[in-house]
Ligand binder design. Structure first.
Ligand SMILES: [Zn+2]
Length: 353
């Protein structure tokens, strides 16, 4: 095990109480209880640090930093919505009276923590961010999928502001990070790699393999898709592909949109990933020997309790023992073909390798 000084699990404390739905909704403060329970059960509590901003974070106060990712009209819209809260801004996404201050707090912490000293940082925050595009809904999709401000994009921008020019964003939430893809679609300074459930029949219906970036960004958006009922056996192949691409791209830091909703029985997806796979993801990142900032996206129950601690252990270089879940054979063949095609294309753009 590496020394405690190399890892921190930050918890944005207000996420435990604020932005509470007034009706049943899977994105609620209880989520973090699952995560904290799992962290304690796995003996990782010494890595926890609770953080809380002074005063009330507002859009007005942090406008300059928010404008690095989002457009002015969207920020204005959020302020307006906040005034008439509680309100559902779309069929998935709610805003209550303290939502905006929590979203701003989580965004600002993502921006500042990405550039601090620890090698491995994980930030447990709410609301999630990867579906939030520059001006709200991303890539003409149906909703903002519980997201208000894009925290992973804030973290990547923090590093761009610092002069970095090779940042990778790895999004392993089961849903495509369409907000993040939209924000970095035209740059080669941020490689956005996203493993998600095939969008032809899954929310947010974006993130197809042929979306590979535009202009300078061509070849720097990589969408790896998995079919229904995918288990560990096939998912593992994609982790190997991601590792290969990361080693070729040589990022200065990886920002991870960590979502645990692909975990078997977590609630929102039909995939069958086990703690073993989340551990593998962590181990793969650990082996890159570069700074990793992981930001919470989805995960609604068991994925947070079991998948998240297994991932953190992986970051520390510790493996977990668990059985492997299987994928139906025809699904493996179909998706192997689709993803191999994507990778051939990316490698062709990058000049072979
Ligand atoms: Zn998700």
């Amino acid at each position: 095990m590496i020394s405690q000084g190399q890892l921190r699990i930050y918890v944005v404390k207000n996420s435990l109480t604020k932005h509470k739905p007034w009706f049943y909704h899977p994105e609620n403060p209880e989520r973090l209880m699952y995560a904290l329970k799992g962290i304690r059960e796995e003996g990782l509590e010494d890595y926890l640090e609770y953080i809380s901003a002074e005063g009330k974070p507002s859009i007005h106060k942090y406008e300059e930093l928010l404008l690095k990712v989002h457009c002015k009209n969207y920020l204005k819209y959020l302020e307006e919505m906040s005034k008439i809260a509680p309100v559902e801004i779309d069929p998935d996404t709610y805003i209550v009276n303290d939502t905006i201050e929590l979203a701003v707090e989580s965004y600002i912490y993502s921006y500042t923590i990405a550039r601090t000293g620890y090698r491995y940082k994980a930030i447990l925050l709410r609301p999630p961010g990867h579906h939030a595009g520059k001006c709200g809904k991303a890539m003409n999709t149906v909703t903002q999928g519980f997201c208000i401000l894009n925290n992973a994009a804030a973290a990547a921008n923090s590093l761009l502001d610092k002069g970095y020019n090779r940042i990778a964003v790895l999004d392993f939430d089961i849903h495509h990070g369409n907000g993040t893809q939209e924000i970095f679609y035209k740059t080669d300074k941020v490689l956005h790699m996203d493993i998600h459930r095939d969008p032809s029949n899954f929310y947010p219906f974006t993130g197809f393999p042929d979306q590979i970036g535009k202009g300078r960004g061509r070849g720097y958006s990589v969408n790896l898709v998995i079919g229904p009922h995918t288990g560990d056996d096939y998912y593992e192949e994609l982790i190997d592909i991601v590792e290969k691409l990361l080693r070729m791209y040589k990022p200065q830091q990886v920002i991870v949109s960590m979502g645990f909703d692909g975990y078997m029985g977590d609630g929102l997806a039909d995939t069958r990933l086990s703690m073993y796979m989340y551990n593998k993801l962590g181990l793969m990142l650990h082996q890159l020997s570069i700074p990793i900032t992981s930001i919470l996206e989805g995960g609604y129950s068991l994925g947070l309790q079991y998948g998240l601690p297994a991932y953190i252990k992986g970051l520390l270089g510790t493996d977990v023992e668990a059985g492997e879940t299987k994928t139906p054979k025809q699904i493996v063949e179909e998706y192997r073909r689709i993803n191999n095609k994507t990778i051939l294309k990316i490698e062709e753009i990058w000049g072979g390798g």
